[in-house]
Design a protein around this ligand. Structure first.
Ligand code: NAD
Length: 416
């Protein structure tokens, strides 16, 4: 099957929102394309003495609301269209949480799993030498994404500071704490998503302390959601969880912290004591209050959307629901918290990191949680308000909120 072009999907989603909003033709066209993009070759000396040439990208999608911001993905299948799509989604994500930033994204086509630490460090530094002069706290601020780490961010910051000749930690976020990272970055994505569930529970009148919940994709984001759900909501029962090898279920509940330890020790959720096995497909269709799709894109489709029984689907993963499934879930009354709202906690704390770097004063963990809670609650509220006026599924509604804000900034600047 031919792979869908992610940028074509991003443009289609925008088109739908633009139509609903009655956006003028020039603004619509401006928002369909990246404002700037850089493509470059990166020569790197490998450990065996050979020089390899990597393809690098940085897309600055829209900076009407502030400097562009978005992660760097190192992946063998990285293409310019993936980076463009992710940069567009960052634009809507920063707008929906109302932080004064635009959207960007970058990447390198490479396979970090086959590279030594020395090779990764040379690639990180060479990436900055190639495109660093287009970055900076007032221009464009990268962060980690798939297969890039806090250590890679530290190497990049160090190379950038050599280039500009002074300290400039805010040029990149997701750094380790000793070199200007923020408290609370590790679990920010999952924490933000549970704050959204809390707000959805109020709207839907669900007793959150008694909720049952299911995690599809027990990785970084999914594990934090599993432990934070009962911590933030004052209770809740984890009844099923899965990873790429399969799932486990116990209707009486599983201890999330014990399941995290089990996954760490054995490499999988499978064979968790007291549980029974369940397939990833069946897990999605379990009767529960909250489903957290936290693995991959395209898992809830026209085929299974009719069988989803969760009251709330909180999308930690990017793109888990197809456009056809969105419509089915909406008709069925499943309350979807769309990805770019549900998982915006990560970029929000990245923004806090940048703020702390700029005034060189660092917040406590409690400060970060409090500010994150405020941002996520306001973002959820804005989407919910719009949903009262627009009869549409929540993803389209969230797009309408975000596109309105970016379009307004473009207009005020006199661009369109
Ligand atoms: P991860 O690699 O740590 O975890 C992914 C998990 O999904 C793994 O446990 C893997 O075994 C499981 N998985 C893979 N294929 C599966 C399948 N077919 N069925 C069920 N489980 C499967 O990645 P992550 O950082 O937790 O990211 C997960 C999703 O969340 C991605 O879509 C990512 O873009 C999104 N996200 C993560 C963050 C973050 O801060 N980590 C921020 C924003 C968005």
């Amino acid at each position: 099957m031919a792979r869908l072009n992610p940028f074509a999907i991003a443009q289609q989603q925008l088109d739908e929102a633009a139509e609903r909003l009655g956006l003028d033709a020039a603004t619509h066209e401006l928002l369909r394309w990246p404002m700037r993009e850089y493509r470059f070759t990166i020569p790197v000396r490998m450990d065996n003495g050979e020089t390899r040439i990597f393809q690098g990208y940085r897309v600055q999608y829209n900076d009407a609301r502030g400097p562009t911001k978005g992660g760097l993905r190192w992946h063998p299948e990285e293409t310019i269209d993936t980076v463009r799509a992710l940069a567009a989604w960052m634009t809507w994500k920063t707008a929906v949480v109302d932080i004064p930033l635009g959207g960007g994204k970058g990447g390198v086509t490479c396979n970090p799993k086959e590279m030594s630490d020395g090779e990764k460090e040379r690639l990180a530094r060479a990436y900055i030498r190639a495109v660093g002069r287009e970055l900076g706290v007032h221009r464009d601020v990268p962060a980690p994404d798939v297969y890039t780490t806090p250590q890679i961010m530290a190497w990049m910051m160090d190379e950038y500071e050599k280039l500009v000749g002074h300290s400039h930690p805010g040029m990149i976020t997701g750094k380790p704490l000793p070199v200007g990272g923020s408290q609370g970055r590790g679990d920010a994505t999952a924490r933000g998503s549970v704050y959204c569930v809390r707000e959805a529970g109020k709207v839907l009148d669900i007793d959150l302390a008694k909720t049952t919940y299911v995690i599809q994709g027990f990785g970084n984001a999914g594990q934090f959601a599993a432990t934070l759900h009962p911590e933030i909501l004052g209770g809740g029962t984890l009844i099923a969880a899965s990873d790429s090898r399969g799932g486990v279920m116990n209707k009486d509940g599983m201890d999330p912290a014990a399941l995290v330890r089990h996954k760490l020790e054995t490499g999988s959720v499978l064979k968790f004591p007291g549980s029974e096995p369940i397939s990833n497909e069946d897990l999605l269709e379990l009767e529960c209050d909250v489903l957290y799709p936290s693995a991959l894109e395209g898992v809830i489709t026209a085929k299974n959307a009719g069988d989803i029984k969760a009251k709330i689907s909180c999308e930690l993963a990017n793109g888990p629901t197809t456009p056809e499934a969105d419509k089915i879930l909406f008709e069925k009354g499943v309350y979807v918290i769309p990805d770019f709202l549900a998982n915006a906690g990560g970029v929000t704390v990245s923004y806090f990191e940048q703020v702390q770097n700029t005034y060189n004063y660092y917040w406590t963990l409690q400060d970060v949680y409090q500010q994150l809670d405020r941002k996520m609650t306001e973002a959820f509220g804005a989407v919910h308000e719009m949903s009262k006026r627009a009869r549409a599924h929540n993803r389209l509604v969230a797009y309408m909120v975000a596109v309105t804000r970016v379009a307004e900034a473009c207009k005020i600047r006199g661009w369109v």
